[in-house]
Design a protein around this ligand. Structure first.
Ligand code: SF4
Length: 218
């Protein structure tokens, strides 16, 4: 039987409430101290672990402390500093051109709106949501690989397009839970609801997850 939106909302709320008991301080694991560092670290985190990014950024942020510094960065030097995060050529290009645009169009200040952020080179909604939520404290829904997988498994979306999943999550949860809720989903995805072998037997939200019925009937 098709689940009603009201029931799905109740279930989503119960899932996030439970996960926030387990991960009460769920925040981004990227290390940064200001919006431009958040933007750069988020660009570097594409197809890379946060831990790896955090190994690279201390030297990077010391060498290029401001938006202006990134905008004027020698590309070879920047590529070398971020090489271990993978896709370093395109990431270096995105960092430099984004920061040039911030200098030219936003007076050197990272913009704090979705519309402006997605105009920057290499910045899609996921990166923009990370910056809005983590650097500016705005309500934001970050759909990374974990959120995508978990919301599908939990039956909170029927879609695979991250932008549509983002809208589904927005419709299911109150604004105040968007940011902590997605951080908690990410942590649950890393620790329990893993891509290859989800630990359903010990999962704390199994009573809210349709995967349990699916597995039991196999
Ligand atoms: S019951 Fe299994 S599939 Fe469902 S959220 Fe938990 S680990 Fe993931």
């Amino acid at each position: 039987m098709r689940e009603s939106q009201a029931h799905r909302k109740e279930r989503a709320r119960a899932i996030i409430d439970r996960l926030l008991v387990e991960f009460p301080d769920a925040v981004s694991e990227l290390t940064f101290t200001n919006p431009v560092q958040c933007l750069v670290a988020t660009i570097l985190s594409a197809q890379c672990t946060d831990a790896r990014v955090n190994q690279v950024t201390p030297a990077l942020f010391e060498r290029f402390p401001t938006v202006q510094d990134f905008a004027e960065a020698p590309v070879d030097e920047l590529e070398n500093l971020i090489r271990s995060t993978g896709f370093f050529r395109s990431k270096a290009s995105h960092i430099i051109t984004s920061c040039q645009a911030i200098v030219d169009r936003f007076d050197g200040t990272v913009p704090s709106s979705m519309a402006a952020l997605v105009e920057l080179d290499g910045v899609g909604r996921k990166t923009a949501n990370c910056v809005l939520g983590n650097a500016f404290g705005q309500p934001a829904v970050m759909v990374d690989t974990h959120v995508k997988r978990l919301t599908w498994r939990m039956g909170l979306t029927r879609h695979t397009n991250p932008d549509v999943i983002e809208q589904d999550i927005r419709s299911l949860l109150p604004e105040s839970l968007w940011l902590p809720g997605t951080h908690a989903l990410i942590l649950h995805g890393r620790a329990v609801c893993k891509a290859r072998k989800p630990r359903c037997a010990t999962c704390s939200i199994r009573m809210h997850c349709p995967q349990i019925d699916v597995r039991a009937s196999k």
